[in-house]
Ligand binder design. Sequence first.
Ligand SMILES: Nc1ncnc2c1ncn2[C@@H]1O[C@H](COP(=O)(O)OP(=O)(O)O)[C@@H](O)[C@H]1O
Ligand SMILES: [Mg+2]
Length: 396
Amino acid sequence: MSQIMSGFRKEKEKAVCSKTKYNDGTGGIASPPCRCLGSEVTQKGPGRPGSKMAADPGPAGREVASQSLLRAGTVKQPALLSDRVTTMPRKKEGAAPAARKAPAKYKLAEEFPQGEVLTDSAKKQWKLGLPIGQGGFGRLYLANENSSKTVGPDAPYVIKVEPSDNGPLFSELKFYMRAAKPDMIQKWTSSHKLKYLGVPKYWGSGLHGKNGKRFMVMDRFGKDLQKIFEESSRRFSHQTVLQLGLRLIDVLEYIHEHEYVHGDIKASNLLLHHKHPDQVFLVDYGLAYRYSPEGVHKEYIEDPRRCHNGTIEFTSIDAHKGVNPSRRGDLEILGYCMIQWLCGKLPWEDKLTDPNYVASSKMRYSDDIPSLIETCFPGKKRPAFLYPFHYRKPQG
Ligand SMILES: Nc1ncnc2c1ncn2[C@@H]1O[C@H](COP(=O)(O)OP(=O)(O)O)[C@@H](O)[C@H]1O
Ligand SMILES: [Mg+2]
């Protein structure tokens, strides 16, 4: 936690906004006013319904940032999560986040029958099993390498399918093709002495059928953490939250080093491995953004047309302002998730329908972390490891 929060803080201090910082007239440097606040919420791109407001993840063609934000490397693996996730005693509280539906703009792929064989762009054949779900933009099927056998419930792969004229799988696919090839992940895992890395592996992709439905083959996972969170009265134990934080820092270090930021970290995008439920994986790269193409970091620009992108309760202050997703934002989002997992509810969750309220609450608390900690953990309920963030420097 301290690694996460200190990373988050340090990055905040670095304030990418520095390019647009201005003197506030008191001798200090103030953040520029957010052009999104007080203005009508506008969305660009797919605009997923529910609490998630998605942006068009932007054109492809952005690149590496050499500098590593995070360092987690050789941390010992936890023996928890899934059936071992340590949860708090059940209490009635809080509603599940709004379900996500496919926006009207995007057609869902037609059903493919079980047993259908798909050939990827490398001419490898894959056989479909039963559908296992439907995301905002595509259908998911169990799958295996093609053989005479039927694809059973234990299949090791999942195929995500959607019509080829849809944007989201295309940009997600770009991420997987650039950064999630099995040999890249394997190399990183061994060089960083990790037991595993929570980035799903990409196994292939192609177009299938007359109308060219785009598909992508990836690892198959099990339950998502949001379900476990709801089943556990919306609380995870301190140990679970810290372990999740460490594993996610491993993931963020990897994807940040490979030119990308995720932009939508949350429990419903964290899936447990279906065979090894002590392992957690970050999925859904539909909003992932290549923040530094060819080593040139994307410029800090506040674009009112893309304010509040991401999932409203967790999205970063930058995203609220319509700035492209950043490494700093990923850490901030992770920080909000961890606080929610610890205390059950973020202070702005009562008014998620008002993005300007959510944005200004986050901005206010970011200037006063001790008051965020006090609000989330009133009285003596505060975990000891949050002490450094609750500590107020003596005045004068
Ligand atoms: N590789 C996978 N294996 C098993 N289930 C998956 C996999 N990928 C996604 N899912 C399930 O589908 C849901 C939606 O997938 P996701 O990639 O997050 O798409 P969306 O953009 O709709 O959120 C996830 O929350 C998870 O329950
Ligand atoms: Mg998702």
